[in-house]
Design a protein around this ligand. Sequence first.
Ligand code: IFM
Length: 456
Amino acid sequence: MSHSSVYPALLSHRFPADFIWGVATAAPQIEGAAFLEGKSASTWDAFCRIPGKVLNGDTLDIACDHYHRYEEDFDLLVKLGIRHYRLSIAWPRICPDGNQRVNQAGIDFYHRIFDALALRGITPWVTLYHWDLPQCLEEIGGWRNRAVVDAFAHYADAVVRAYAGKVTHWITLNEISCFTRMAYGTGRKAPGLREPEQVVNQTYHHALLAHGHGVRAVREYGGPGAQVGLTDNPSIPVPVSGRKEDIRAAEEAFVDDNIRVLDPIHQKHYSDRYHQITGEDSAMEKENDFALISLPTDYIGLNVYWGYFVQAGSDGRVERLPFPAHYPRTSSPWHVLVPQALHWGPRFVRSLYGADAIYITEHGAGYDEEIAADGRILDLHRRDCLRNYLREMLDTIEAGVPVKGYFLWSFLDNFEWQDGYQRRFGIVHNDFKTQQRTPKLSAEWYAAVIAANCLQ
Ligand code: IFM
Protein backbone atom coordinates (compact mmCIF):
# COMPACT_ATOMS: atom_id res chain seq x y z
CA MET A 1 0.00 0.00 0.00
CA SER A 2 1.25 3.46 -0.82
CA HIS A 3 2.10 5.88 1.97
CA SER A 4 -0.65 8.28 0.91
CA SER A 5 -3.36 5.62 0.99
CA VAL A 6 -2.35 4.65 4.52
CA TYR A 7 -2.19 8.26 5.65
CA PRO A 8 -4.52 10.13 3.29
CA ALA A 9 -4.55 13.91 3.67
CA LEU A 10 -7.78 15.16 5.22
CA LEU A 11 -10.08 16.58 2.57
CA SER A 12 -10.94 19.41 4.94
CA HIS A 13 -7.26 20.37 5.03
CA ARG A 14 -7.01 21.10 1.32
CA PHE A 15 -6.92 24.59 -0.12
CA PRO A 16 -8.55 25.64 -3.40
CA ALA A 17 -6.43 24.70 -6.42
CA ASP A 18 -5.75 28.34 -7.35
CA PHE A 19 -4.91 29.47 -3.81
CA ILE A 20 -2.00 31.95 -3.66
CA TRP A 21 0.78 31.19 -1.17
CA GLY A 22 3.41 33.80 -0.49
CA VAL A 23 5.64 35.56 1.99
CA ALA A 24 5.76 39.25 2.84
CA THR A 25 8.49 41.77 3.59
CA ALA A 26 8.84 45.56 3.55
CA ALA A 27 11.64 47.75 2.17
CA PRO A 28 12.66 49.56 5.37
CA GLN A 29 12.75 46.32 7.35
CA ILE A 30 15.05 44.35 5.06
CA GLU A 31 16.83 46.47 2.47
CA GLY A 32 19.46 48.36 4.43
CA ALA A 33 21.45 50.68 2.12
CA ALA A 34 19.65 53.40 4.02
CA PHE A 35 21.70 56.23 2.53
CA LEU A 36 23.01 54.68 -0.68
CA GLU A 37 22.49 55.75 -4.27
CA GLY A 38 20.49 58.83 -3.53
CA LYS A 39 18.08 57.49 -0.92
CA SER A 40 17.22 60.12 1.69
CA ALA A 41 16.34 59.59 5.34
CA SER A 42 12.90 58.26 6.20
CA THR A 43 11.02 59.09 9.38
CA TRP A 44 12.22 55.76 10.73
CA ASP A 45 15.86 56.57 9.92
CA ALA A 46 15.40 59.71 12.02
CA PHE A 47 13.32 58.06 14.78
CA CYS A 48 15.76 55.23 15.42
CA ARG A 49 18.46 57.83 16.11
CA ILE A 50 16.49 59.29 19.02
CA PRO A 51 17.81 57.53 22.14
CA GLY A 52 15.29 55.18 23.73
CA LYS A 53 12.91 54.96 20.80
CA VAL A 54 14.09 51.66 19.30
CA LEU A 55 15.27 48.70 21.36
CA ASN A 56 19.07 48.49 21.68
CA GLY A 57 19.41 51.61 19.53
CA ASP A 58 19.06 49.45 16.42
CA THR A 59 18.92 51.26 13.08
CA LEU A 60 17.72 50.37 9.59
CA ASP A 61 21.12 51.21 8.08
CA ILE A 62 22.03 47.64 7.12
CA ALA A 63 19.01 45.55 8.16
CA CYS A 64 19.20 42.27 6.17
CA ASP A 65 21.36 43.91 3.50
CA HIS A 66 18.78 42.67 1.03
CA TYR A 67 19.77 45.59 -1.20
CA HIS A 68 22.94 43.67 -2.05
CA ARG A 69 21.76 40.10 -1.40
CA TYR A 70 18.43 39.93 -3.19
CA GLU A 71 19.64 37.31 -5.69
CA GLU A 72 20.48 34.79 -2.98
CA ASP A 73 17.26 35.65 -1.13
CA PHE A 74 15.19 34.98 -4.22
CA ASP A 75 17.06 31.70 -4.80
CA LEU A 76 15.95 30.71 -1.32
CA LEU A 77 12.33 31.55 -2.17
CA VAL A 78 12.60 29.20 -5.13
CA LYS A 79 14.07 26.45 -2.93
CA LEU A 80 11.12 26.77 -0.58
CA GLY A 81 8.64 26.67 -3.48
CA ILE A 82 7.38 30.21 -2.78
CA ARG A 83 6.04 31.75 -5.98
CA HIS A 84 4.47 34.97 -4.63
CA TYR A 85 6.43 37.66 -2.87
CA ARG A 86 5.02 40.77 -1.23
CA LEU A 87 7.52 43.62 -0.96
CA SER A 88 7.34 47.38 -0.63
CA ILE A 89 9.04 50.25 -2.41
CA ALA A 90 10.97 52.80 -0.39
CA TRP A 91 9.44 56.21 -1.05
CA PRO A 92 12.69 58.04 -0.03
CA ARG A 93 14.61 55.97 -2.59
CA ILE A 94 12.33 57.09 -5.42
CA CYS A 95 11.53 60.69 -4.38
CA PRO A 96 14.29 61.63 -1.95
CA ASP A 97 13.25 65.30 -1.74
CA GLY A 98 9.59 64.49 -1.33
CA ASN A 99 8.88 66.51 -4.46
CA GLN A 100 8.66 65.57 -8.10
CA ARG A 101 12.35 64.80 -8.65
CA VAL A 102 12.70 61.09 -9.30
CA ASN A 103 15.93 59.35 -8.33
CA GLN A 104 16.88 57.16 -11.29
CA ALA A 105 19.15 54.96 -9.15
CA GLY A 106 16.16 54.12 -6.97
CA ILE A 107 14.02 53.28 -10.01
CA ASP A 108 16.85 51.10 -11.38
CA PHE A 109 17.16 49.17 -8.14
CA TYR A 110 13.56 47.94 -8.25
CA HIS A 111 13.91 47.14 -11.95
CA ARG A 112 16.71 44.79 -10.90
CA ILE A 113 14.46 43.35 -8.19
CA PHE A 114 11.54 42.73 -10.55
CA ASP A 115 13.81 41.25 -13.23
CA ALA A 116 15.39 38.90 -10.70
CA LEU A 117 11.95 37.79 -9.52
CA ALA A 118 10.69 37.29 -13.09
CA LEU A 119 13.73 35.19 -13.91
CA ARG A 120 12.75 32.85 -11.09
CA GLY A 121 9.04 32.77 -11.90
CA ILE A 122 8.08 34.66 -8.74
CA THR A 123 5.18 37.12 -8.84
CA PRO A 124 5.70 40.43 -7.02
CA TRP A 125 2.90 41.98 -4.94
CA VAL A 126 4.01 45.54 -4.42
CA THR A 127 3.06 47.86 -1.58
CA LEU A 128 3.55 51.53 -2.40
CA TYR A 129 3.84 52.67 1.20
CA HIS A 130 4.98 50.67 4.19
CA TRP A 131 5.60 53.49 6.71
CA ASP A 132 8.86 54.99 5.38
CA LEU A 133 7.85 58.59 4.80
CA PRO A 134 10.68 60.81 3.52
CA GLN A 135 11.84 62.75 6.59
CA CYS A 136 11.76 66.00 4.60
CA LEU A 137 7.97 65.57 4.32
CA GLU A 138 7.72 65.00 8.06
CA GLU A 139 9.46 68.31 8.52
CA ILE A 140 6.48 70.04 6.91
CA GLY A 141 3.99 68.13 9.09
CA GLY A 142 4.03 64.63 7.61
CA TRP A 143 0.62 62.96 7.55
CA ARG A 144 -0.82 65.96 9.44
CA ASN A 145 -0.34 68.15 6.39
CA ARG A 146 -2.64 67.63 3.42
CA ALA A 147 0.34 68.46 1.18
CA VAL A 148 1.60 64.92 1.82
CA VAL A 149 -1.31 63.62 -0.25
CA ASP A 150 -0.08 65.43 -3.37
CA ALA A 151 3.47 64.28 -2.72
CA PHE A 152 2.20 60.70 -2.47
CA ALA A 153 0.25 61.11 -5.70
CA HIS A 154 3.45 62.15 -7.56
CA TYR A 155 5.37 59.28 -6.01
CA ALA A 156 2.66 56.73 -6.84
CA ASP A 157 2.46 57.98 -10.43
CA ALA A 158 6.24 57.69 -10.84
CA VAL A 159 6.34 54.16 -9.42
CA VAL A 160 3.36 52.74 -11.28
CA ARG A 161 4.52 54.27 -14.58
CA ALA A 162 8.02 52.86 -14.11
CA TYR A 163 6.98 49.29 -13.37
CA ALA A 164 3.77 48.87 -15.39
CA GLY A 165 4.14 45.58 -17.21
CA LYS A 166 6.50 44.16 -14.58
CA VAL A 167 4.06 44.50 -11.70
CA THR A 168 0.37 43.69 -11.88
CA HIS A 169 -0.54 43.33 -8.18
CA TRP A 170 -0.44 46.57 -6.25
CA ILE A 171 -1.21 47.46 -2.66
CA THR A 172 -1.60 51.15 -1.91
CA LEU A 173 -0.79 51.48 1.81
CA ASN A 174 0.07 49.12 4.63
CA GLU A 175 -1.81 49.34 7.94
CA ILE A 176 -3.03 52.92 8.08
CA SER A 177 -3.48 52.96 11.86
CA CYS A 178 0.24 52.25 12.36
CA PHE A 179 1.40 55.43 10.63
CA THR A 180 -1.49 57.60 11.87
CA ARG A 181 -2.69 56.75 15.40
CA MET A 182 0.50 54.97 16.48
CA ALA A 183 2.72 57.63 14.92
CA TYR A 184 0.86 60.82 15.90
CA GLY A 185 -1.40 59.60 18.73
CA THR A 186 0.30 57.06 20.97
CA GLY A 187 3.77 57.96 19.74
CA ARG A 188 5.00 54.36 19.61
CA LYS A 189 6.02 54.60 15.97
CA ALA A 190 7.89 57.23 13.95
CA PRO A 191 7.76 60.19 14.27
CA GLY A 192 6.68 59.42 17.84
CA LEU A 193 4.29 62.32 18.49
CA ARG A 194 1.28 62.71 20.76
CA GLU A 195 -1.12 65.01 19.03
CA PRO A 196 -4.74 65.76 19.97
CA GLU A 197 -7.44 63.42 18.66
CA GLN A 198 -8.61 65.77 15.88
CA VAL A 199 -5.11 65.84 14.43
CA VAL A 200 -4.97 62.06 14.56
CA ASN A 201 -8.31 61.79 12.74
CA GLN A 202 -6.97 64.20 10.14
CA THR A 203 -3.93 61.97 9.54
CA TYR A 204 -6.33 59.09 8.88
CA HIS A 205 -8.22 61.25 6.39
CA HIS A 206 -5.03 62.15 4.53
CA ALA A 207 -4.08 58.47 4.43
CA LEU A 208 -7.47 57.62 2.91
CA LEU A 209 -6.84 60.24 0.22
CA ALA A 210 -3.39 58.81 -0.46
CA HIS A 211 -4.95 55.37 -0.81
CA GLY A 212 -7.34 56.86 -3.38
CA HIS A 213 -4.40 58.29 -5.33
CA GLY A 214 -2.72 54.88 -5.28
CA VAL A 215 -5.82 53.33 -6.83
CA ARG A 216 -6.07 56.16 -9.37
CA ALA A 217 -2.40 55.79 -10.34
CA VAL A 218 -2.81 52.06 -10.98
CA ARG A 219 -5.95 52.65 -13.06
CA GLU A 220 -4.24 55.40 -15.06
CA TYR A 221 -0.81 53.91 -15.57
CA GLY A 222 -0.87 50.28 -14.42
CA GLY A 223 -1.53 48.81 -17.85
CA PRO A 224 -3.73 45.87 -18.76
CA GLY A 225 -4.59 43.46 -15.98
CA ALA A 226 -3.21 45.63 -13.17
CA GLN A 227 -5.04 45.15 -9.89
CA VAL A 228 -4.98 47.17 -6.70
CA GLY A 229 -6.26 47.18 -3.14
CA LEU A 230 -5.53 48.46 0.36
CA THR A 231 -3.90 46.41 3.09
CA ASP A 232 -5.53 47.06 6.43
CA ASN A 233 -4.98 45.61 9.88
CA PRO A 234 -8.49 45.78 11.22
CA SER A 235 -9.17 45.27 14.88
CA ILE A 236 -11.01 41.93 15.02
CA PRO A 237 -13.58 41.20 17.70
CA VAL A 238 -14.29 37.47 17.87
CA PRO A 239 -17.68 36.25 19.13
CA VAL A 240 -17.07 34.06 22.13
CA SER A 241 -19.80 31.66 20.98
CA GLY A 242 -21.77 30.96 17.83
CA ARG A 243 -24.96 32.40 19.40
CA LYS A 244 -26.41 34.93 17.05
CA GLU A 245 -26.41 37.63 19.76
CA ASP A 246 -22.66 37.20 20.22
CA ILE A 247 -22.02 37.29 16.49
CA ARG A 248 -24.11 40.43 16.19
CA ALA A 249 -22.20 42.03 19.07
CA ALA A 250 -18.87 41.18 17.43
CA GLU A 251 -20.01 42.59 14.09
CA GLU A 252 -21.14 45.82 15.75
CA ALA A 253 -17.78 46.10 17.50
CA PHE A 254 -16.00 45.43 14.19
CA VAL A 255 -17.73 48.41 12.56
CA ASP A 256 -16.93 50.71 15.49
CA ASP A 257 -13.31 49.61 15.73
CA ASN A 258 -12.70 50.15 12.03
CA ILE A 259 -14.78 53.28 11.61
CA ARG A 260 -11.81 55.39 10.47
CA VAL A 261 -10.60 53.17 7.60
CA LEU A 262 -12.63 50.28 6.20
CA ASP A 263 -16.00 51.79 6.94
CA PRO A 264 -15.58 55.19 5.20
CA ILE A 265 -13.79 53.67 2.21
CA HIS A 266 -16.67 51.30 1.61
CA GLN A 267 -19.60 53.49 2.72
CA LYS A 268 -18.24 56.33 0.56
CA HIS A 269 -18.63 58.83 3.45
CA TYR A 270 -18.11 59.22 7.18
CA SER A 271 -21.18 57.62 8.73
CA ASP A 272 -23.35 59.07 11.48
CA ARG A 273 -21.71 56.51 13.74
CA TYR A 274 -18.27 57.95 12.82
CA HIS A 275 -19.44 61.41 13.83
CA GLN A 276 -21.00 60.04 17.01
CA ILE A 277 -17.70 58.40 17.95
CA THR A 278 -15.32 61.17 16.94
CA GLY A 279 -17.63 64.09 17.86
CA GLU A 280 -15.89 67.46 17.62
CA ASP A 281 -12.67 65.70 16.65
CA SER A 282 -13.99 64.45 13.29
CA ALA A 283 -11.64 64.83 10.33
CA MET A 284 -12.21 67.84 8.10
CA GLU A 285 -12.99 66.84 4.56
CA LYS A 286 -13.26 68.73 1.27
CA GLU A 287 -15.93 68.35 -1.35
CA ASN A 288 -15.29 65.35 -3.59
CA ASP A 289 -12.72 63.75 -1.26
CA PHE A 290 -14.79 60.59 -1.19
CA ALA A 291 -14.90 60.32 -4.98
CA LEU A 292 -11.18 59.59 -4.66
CA ILE A 293 -11.20 57.70 -1.36
CA SER A 294 -13.89 55.27 -2.51
CA LEU A 295 -12.59 54.42 -5.96
CA PRO A 296 -13.38 50.73 -6.49
CA THR A 297 -10.55 48.30 -5.76
CA ASP A 298 -9.95 44.71 -6.86
CA TYR A 299 -9.30 43.18 -3.46
CA ILE A 300 -8.90 43.89 0.22
CA GLY A 301 -5.69 42.91 1.93
CA LEU A 302 -5.96 41.99 5.60
CA ASN A 303 -3.10 41.67 8.05
CA VAL A 304 -4.30 39.40 10.82
CA TYR A 305 -2.30 38.74 13.97
CA TRP A 306 -4.59 39.09 16.95
CA GLY A 307 -8.17 39.63 18.02
CA TYR A 308 -10.19 39.88 21.20
CA PHE A 309 -13.33 38.16 22.44
CA VAL A 310 -16.72 39.77 22.82
CA GLN A 311 -20.17 38.67 23.83
CA ALA A 312 -23.58 40.27 24.00
CA GLY A 313 -24.21 41.47 27.55
CA SER A 314 -27.55 40.87 29.22
CA ASP A 315 -28.76 44.25 27.89
CA GLY A 316 -27.60 43.18 24.39
CA ARG A 317 -24.64 45.58 24.47
CA VAL A 318 -21.17 44.57 23.35
CA GLU A 319 -19.02 43.25 26.19
CA ARG A 320 -15.28 43.00 25.63
CA LEU A 321 -13.82 40.11 27.59
CA PRO A 322 -10.44 40.69 29.26
CA PHE A 323 -7.71 38.12 28.63
CA PRO A 324 -6.82 36.09 31.69
CA ALA A 325 -3.23 35.94 32.94
CA HIS A 326 -1.20 33.30 31.06
CA TYR A 327 -3.39 33.47 27.96
CA PRO A 328 -1.12 32.31 25.09
CA ARG A 329 0.87 35.00 23.35
CA THR A 330 4.07 35.43 21.35
CA SER A 331 7.08 37.46 22.49
CA SER A 332 5.34 40.64 21.23
CA PRO A 333 3.34 41.96 24.19
CA TRP A 334 0.44 42.97 21.92
CA HIS A 335 0.24 39.60 20.22
CA VAL A 336 -2.35 37.43 21.96
CA LEU A 337 -2.98 34.31 19.94
CA VAL A 338 -6.56 34.28 18.71
CA PRO A 339 -6.63 32.00 15.65
CA GLN A 340 -10.34 32.63 15.11
CA ALA A 341 -9.44 36.18 14.11
CA LEU A 342 -8.49 34.65 10.78
CA HIS A 343 -12.01 33.32 10.52
CA TRP A 344 -14.06 36.29 11.70
CA GLY A 345 -11.94 39.08 10.20
CA PRO A 346 -12.46 38.01 6.59
CA ARG A 347 -16.06 37.02 7.38
CA PHE A 348 -17.01 40.46 8.65
CA VAL A 349 -15.21 42.19 5.79
CA ARG A 350 -17.19 40.06 3.38
CA SER A 351 -20.55 40.49 5.09
CA LEU A 352 -20.20 44.22 5.80
CA TYR A 353 -18.38 45.42 2.71
CA GLY A 354 -19.10 42.72 0.14
CA ALA A 355 -15.45 42.12 -0.79
CA ASP A 356 -15.15 39.76 -3.77
CA ALA A 357 -11.51 38.90 -3.13
CA ILE A 358 -9.64 39.00 0.16
CA TYR A 359 -5.94 38.30 0.58
CA ILE A 360 -4.34 37.74 3.93
CA THR A 361 -1.40 40.00 3.17
CA GLU A 362 0.30 39.30 6.51
CA HIS A 363 0.12 36.82 9.32
CA GLY A 364 2.94 35.46 11.42
CA ALA A 365 4.49 35.33 14.87
CA GLY A 366 7.44 37.09 16.48
CA TYR A 367 9.61 35.35 19.05
CA ASP A 368 12.89 36.27 20.65
CA GLU A 369 14.46 33.01 19.56
CA GLU A 370 18.07 32.04 19.23
CA ILE A 371 19.77 29.58 16.96
CA ALA A 372 20.63 26.28 18.75
CA ALA A 373 24.18 24.98 19.16
CA ASP A 374 23.59 22.49 16.34
CA GLY A 375 22.65 25.37 14.05
CA ARG A 376 18.95 24.47 13.85
CA ILE A 377 15.95 26.59 14.78
CA LEU A 378 13.11 24.33 15.85
CA ASP A 379 10.43 27.00 16.04
CA LEU A 380 7.59 24.68 16.93
CA HIS A 381 5.74 27.58 18.56
CA ARG A 382 5.64 29.42 15.22
CA ARG A 383 4.59 26.28 13.35
CA ASP A 384 1.76 25.75 15.81
CA CYS A 385 0.61 29.35 15.55
CA LEU A 386 0.63 29.27 11.74
CA ARG A 387 -1.19 25.96 11.63
CA ASN A 388 -3.91 27.01 14.06
CA TYR A 389 -4.62 30.20 12.16
CA LEU A 390 -4.56 28.48 8.76
CA ARG A 391 -7.09 25.93 10.03
CA GLU A 392 -9.43 28.79 10.83
CA MET A 393 -8.82 30.35 7.44
CA LEU A 394 -9.83 27.10 5.80
CA ASP A 395 -13.12 27.14 7.69
CA THR A 396 -13.71 30.66 6.40
CA ILE A 397 -13.06 29.58 2.83
CA GLU A 398 -15.38 26.62 3.29
CA ALA A 399 -18.04 29.01 4.58
CA GLY A 400 -17.87 30.72 1.16
CA VAL A 401 -15.72 33.73 2.07
CA PRO A 402 -13.48 34.54 -0.92
CA VAL A 403 -10.07 34.37 0.75
CA LYS A 404 -7.81 33.90 -2.26
CA GLY A 405 -4.34 33.92 -0.82
CA TYR A 406 -2.08 34.11 2.20
CA PHE A 407 1.28 35.87 2.69
CA LEU A 408 3.27 34.80 5.69
CA TRP A 409 5.01 37.57 7.64
CA SER A 410 7.83 37.27 7.27
CA PHE A 411 10.30 35.70 4.92
CA LEU A 412 13.35 36.82 6.92
CA ASP A 413 13.97 37.97 10.47
CA ASN A 414 14.14 41.72 10.06
CA PHE A 415 13.90 45.18 11.63
CA GLU A 416 10.79 44.93 13.79
CA TRP A 417 10.27 48.69 14.20
CA GLN A 418 10.48 49.80 17.85
CA ASP A 419 11.50 46.24 18.84
CA GLY A 420 14.60 46.41 16.65
CA TYR A 421 16.23 43.13 15.64
CA GLN A 422 15.40 41.25 18.82
CA ARG A 423 11.88 40.28 17.82
CA ARG A 424 12.18 37.69 15.04
CA PHE A 425 9.25 37.13 12.70
CA GLY A 426 11.08 35.27 9.92
CA ILE A 427 10.65 31.70 8.83
CA VAL A 428 14.26 32.17 7.75
CA HIS A 429 16.69 33.11 10.49
CA ASN A 430 19.06 35.96 9.78
CA ASP A 431 22.33 36.38 11.59
CA PHE A 432 22.62 40.15 11.59
CA LYS A 433 26.41 40.01 12.07
CA THR A 434 27.22 37.66 9.19
CA GLN A 435 23.98 38.06 7.19
CA GLN A 436 23.78 34.31 6.98
CA ARG A 437 20.27 33.01 6.24
CA THR A 438 19.13 29.73 7.81
CA PRO A 439 15.64 28.36 7.16
CA LYS A 440 13.84 27.47 10.38
CA LEU A 441 11.67 24.42 10.89
CA SER A 442 8.65 26.62 10.07
CA ALA A 443 10.12 27.34 6.62
CA GLU A 444 10.36 23.64 5.85
CA TRP A 445 6.84 23.14 7.18
CA TYR A 446 5.45 26.03 5.11
CA ALA A 447 7.21 24.66 2.02
CA ALA A 448 5.43 21.33 2.62
CA VAL A 449 2.05 23.07 2.97
CA ILE A 450 2.61 24.93 -0.29
CA ALA A 451 3.82 21.85 -2.16
CA ALA A 452 0.78 19.81 -1.08
CA ASN A 453 -1.64 22.76 -1.06
CA CYS A 454 -2.86 21.18 2.11
CA LEU A 455 -2.39 21.74 5.83
CA GLN A 456 0.33 19.49 7.26
O1 IFM B 1 6.64 43.91 11.07
C1 IFM B 1 5.33 44.31 11.00
C2 IFM B 1 4.97 44.77 9.60
O2 IFM B 1 5.80 45.78 9.15
C3 IFM B 1 3.55 45.29 9.59
N1 IFM B 1 2.64 44.35 10.16
C4 IFM B 1 2.97 43.73 11.43
C5 IFM B 1 4.39 43.19 11.38
C6 IFM B 1 4.74 42.53 12.73
O3 IFM B 1 4.66 43.46 13.75
